[in-house]
Design a protein around this ligand. Sequence first.
Ligand code: GAR
Length: 204
Amino acid sequence: MRNIGVVLSGRGSNFLAVADNVANRSIPDARIAVVISNLPEARGIELARERGLATAVIPSKGKAREDHDREMVAVLKQHEVALICLAGYMRLLSPWFVQQFPQRILNIHPSLLPAFPGLEAQQQAFAYGVKVTGCTVHFVDEELDHGAIVVQRAIPVLDSDDEHSLAARILEQEHLAYAQAINIVLEGNFEIVGRRLIHKKAAR
Ligand code: GAR
């Protein structure tokens, strides 16, 4: 059984998608060991409580980044997590945090990286006028929205779209992409060559 830790700041729809995939064994042999929020009011942490999962609110306000990260790492290690999924965690992790879990932290971002890193990626893509956008699940490294890419899913931008309809269709893809990426990483049948995640051929 592999322990997953989820870290979020908001609504929690990606967390719920992961939780559903764990519950129905689309992500097999795994459990969500703990859900952490830096914001006490995050809807995601309430949803985790409703599901009976272990939760921790670790407020970030007024704390130096690494001090806050040390508190989160202590909780994640206590729950013996094999994988950490950032699911709408709207803060940068410190290099120290990233170094505690090499190739063990995933993030989901609502654009086809390296296009539109940072905040409000869907709105950035819409305003830029791209014809294709989507979402990216990637390993977290020490730079913002930067580590090796595990899964991307693309959708067309329709003439009839507005920012909201586009963000909603990207979100549907996010929920699929996160489960795919978690399975790839937990299976471990890959290597990272430069920035490229390459699937190893199945052993005969
Ligand atoms: C998602 O769209 C996620 O990709 C984005 O925040 C939203 C969280 O929604 N993350 C980022 O922009 C990180 N740079 P959720 O709380 O419903 O999962």
